[in-house]
Ligand binder design. Sequence first.
Ligand code: ADP
Ligand code: GLC
Length: 489
Amino acid sequence: MSPLRVLIVASEVAPVAKTGGLADVVAALGIELGRKGHDVHVLVPLYRRVREGVADLEPVPGLQGLRIDMGPHTYRVSVVRGTVGGLVVDFLDCPALYDRPGIYTPDRDEHLRFALLSRAALSVCQELGWAPDIVHCNDWHTGLLPLYLKLLSSWEQLFDSTKTVLTIHNIGYQGMFAAEVVHELGLDDARHLLHQEDLAEGRVNLLKTGLIYADVLTTVSRTYAREIQGEELGMGLQEMLRGRDDHLVGIVNGVDYGEWSPEQDRYIPQHYSAETIDGKLENKRALLAVAGLPPGDACMTFGVVSRLVTQKGFSILFEPLSEMLAHHDVRLVVLGSGEPAIEDFFAGLAHRFPQRCAYDKGYNDPLAHLIEAGADAFLMPSRYEPCGLNQMYSLRYGTVPIVRRTGGLADTVELFDPETGEGTGIVFDDFNAEAARWALSVALKLYHQPRLWRRMMLNGMARDFSWTRQAGTYVELYHRLLGREVPAA
Ligand code: ADP
Ligand code: GLC
């Protein structure tokens, strides 16, 4: 099989530039495609935290001080290469845009920060004379890339057989800006190629632009691929997606088991596996200690690691969690930050039940791992969830996921049936407090039937969501897109 040249362009890569699952996916997919023998380049902005956090950054010869014109702006960019989590990543250096504390900013030039990433990705290929077979774009940040490629291809032959894939990780973020930025994006002459109704209404939508021009669209689970074609979760893009239905594929994310496995997790005090599952208890003890909660081997412990945003659905747990903590000697450890209302709720809960609930507002990788290993159950009541990674991590750690049946959660967790002993978690349907309350009560009941609980843990630990298989699905898609024969697996 001939190796493919794949360029992955994204705003995040784990662990150095991460706010959520996108970073994990980019890193893991990059590594897995490389392992399969493909020629992979990953391009991500050189944020300040990357410059400060990656030790071996080296300038890439031939890619220093490139001039990029975008509308009225001229940028000088360079590429530096570094290894993060075992993956070689090219970082786009442009201090004027990226040398800032955050990955995402509320700054007025946010559109330029990511338009430049998209534009520069193509200049880098030109400079290297490297013709990618596939440019794999991710989310709104790279939504302009397929259009820039189309414009460039009118005279640049390098990209004659390049195809673009755009993966939607979250349709809730579309990169919507005032139409005035079209000039700054260097798209004055391409106005007719933008979505005309949007322009007439005074805006430009970068994700939508990508949905129009990418050769293939993917999203990160089958259920979400269906859901975003509907009114409820399409977030205004449903019609357009329905129009491209035959070019929209759902591929569920995988897990990097090198990073997320209880057998070898570098952040947990006691390694364990399905065969040595009792070792999990040590991690529970450590978790409660780290969280500052009283010990309680027999106290059911719930974990949360999440961006605390509306999408994640915690509002339906507000009442049920308060009731549960008031009436049961359980533990709850929450890690995450986001919207003040949700942060305030968890801070309030920790204040009201200091012996039972602990809340850490930080971003903390080691604690995230310890929660996965130490908790008995993991809460994801998402309003919508394109894929979700934590439920898959939880399964691997024998930590029972309690999830709402939506998107990737629906595709990766099966409701446990005490009769048959089949199933991996607790799944509820309705997005309301009553359904969430039901899920918590089922969890508590099952937890006190250790034989059944253990069965459920083991079922989950036996599931395999490794990237090896999922990356294979992307490779098949790439080959099909290029009109090549799909290699035998
Ligand atoms: P999303 O991308 O929507 O945030 P995912 O479930 O796909 O949701 O991925 C979330 C990722 O971010 C997981 O790897 C999770 O462990 C991590 N994460 C979220 N919040 C925190 C936090 N406060 N500290 C450490 N890791 C976090
Ligand atoms: C998004 C989604 C999440 C998904 C992640 C990686 O942030 O919210 O469900 O797992 O992207 O694809």
